[in-house]
Each structure stands twice: as structure tokens, then as C-alpha cells.
Design a protein around this ligand. Structure first.
Ligand code: AMP
Length: 213
């Protein structure tokens, strides 16, 4: 089962993705995580992506399509994947169709996580992430320790979670990413809107319910 998680930055996709992946028995693919890892390793892709990411702009589609191809063709993703933040422009949606088609698959559903802007800005302004496993936290401080079993990494603030970059990311979403939803609706892919306000487990239940699980 290949599921696209869609929604504004900070709506909770990164929190929900591993929970949904576990429930569905498929891995999570998050382009943001892949790009941050590439930056840490100083690869050419990481160096190219850096300037876009820090300003809250989108990395070029060609880079994202390369990541999609490699990740989806990987052994771990043979039964499908939960795609977190992977499709952010209509050309990426089109590219994903081709990548999955070559593997005999298609996007089975889009989960559109929805929350008001005030809630999103509040979450992003208070967010920390584990620098080792990338788990996001709200209400924890930079310097705290990740509580995910077996991790123990240090929580940090993301460079693009500062107020100026948050504003740019929300504008970028409206201008470049929001049309993706219309693209999926126009191409007959089931799109389920999930109310993303509430306890984490409750939102997971809503998402699984929408998928008939
Ligand atoms: P995220 O962790 O999903 O919030 O992504 C962090 C940043 O990585 C974004 O603000 C973009 O600069 C870049 N990025 C991640 N995924 C994509 C994508 N599918 N298309 C373009 N840029 C992306």
C-alpha cells in the first residue's frame, strides 16, 4: 500500500508517518529526512539542497524524483510505503506516478492532514527534533534527550523553524504545494481529509479509519 501524507509543514505528518507505517506494515519515506541526512554527510545533493531548505524554499523536483526512485525501489519498500512530505508540486505527483508504475504500483490514497494556521505556527515555533533519528517533539527543549527506545539522541531546533523561514514555508505551501491536492482529486486518487487537531493517537485512529483499518 502506497500512501501519500499531505499537509502544511508542522501539521504532524512526521509524527503520524511512523505510526501509520507500523500499522500498515510498510516503511516511511520522508524527503526532508533524506535531505537533512545528506546535508549532515556533506554529499553533493546535501550541499545543493542546503540553501533552499534554510530559506524555506522547495528543493528542485529533479532532486526529489531521484530520492523517490531510489527509496521506493529499495527492498524494504517492496510492499509499499508511507510517503511523508514527498509530493510538494504537481510535477512531483506526476513523477511519482511513473516511479510507482514502473514498480507495478500506484498511490492508493492521499491523507490530507488539516489544521488551522495558528495551530501550525504554534507547533513549529515550539518544535524540536532528534538530531539522530529525526523524531519531532513539541513541548521539549533543545538539549533534551530523545525518548524513542534505543535512540538517546539530542533534541535540536531546526534551522528552518525560525519565524522568517516558517512564514516562507507556509507561503511556499499555498503557492506551490496546495495545487497537488487538486491534482490528485482530478486524477481519481482517493483523498481523505483528516482533522489533525487532537491527541496524537486519536489523529492516528482517524487516519487509519479513513483507510478502512
Ligand atoms: P520537511 O522536513 O518535510 O519539512 O522538509 C524540510 C525542507 O526540505 C523543505 O522545506 C524543503 O526545503 C525540502 N523538501 C523536503 N521534501 C521536499 C519535496 N518533496 N520537494 C521540495 N522540497 C522538499
Amino acid at each position: 500500500m502506497d500512501i501519500v501524507l499531505f499537509g502544511k509543514p508542522g501539521v504532524g505528518k512526521g509524527t503520524q508517518a511512523p505510526k501509520l507505517g507500523e500499522a500498515l506494515g510498510v516503511p516511511t519515506i520522508a524527503t526532508g529526512d533524506v535531505l537533512r541526512q545528506a546535508r549532515r554527510e556533506g554529499t553533493p545533493m546535501g550541499r545543493e539542497a542546503q540553501k533552499y531548505m534554510d530559506e524555506g524554499k522547495l528543493v528542485p523536483d529533479s532532486v526529489i524524483l531521484g530520492i523517490m526512485k531510489e527509496a521506493l525501489a529499495g527492498d524494504g519498500a517492496r510492499k509499499g510505503a508511507v510517503l511523508d512530505g514527498v509530493v510538494r508540486t504537481p510535477p512531483q505527483a506526476e513523477g511519482l506516478v511513473q516511479v510507482l508504475k514502473d514498480l507495478g504500483r500506484r498511490v492508493d490514497a492521499v491523507l490530507f492532514f488539516d489544521a488551522p494556521d495558528e495551530e501550525i505556527v504554534r507547533r513549529l515555533s515550539g518544535r524540536t527534533v532528534c538530531e539522530k533519528c529525526q523524531t519531532p517533539y513539541t513541548g521539549r527543549q533543545a538539549g533534551d534527550t530523545c525518548t524513542k527506545p534505543g535512540c538517546g539522541g539530542t533534541l535540536v531546533r531546526r534551522a528552518d523553524d525560525d519565524p522568517a523561514a516558517i512564514r516562507t514555508r507556509l507561503e511556499t505551501f499555498e503557492r506551490e504545494t496546495a495545487p497537488v491536492l487538486a491534482w490528485y482529486r482530478g486524477h481519481g486518487t482517493p483523498v481523505h481529509t483528516i482533522d489533525a487537531v487532537g491527541a496524537v493517537d486519536e489523529v492516528t485512529r482517524r487516519a487509519l479509519g479513513a483507510l478502512g483499518r
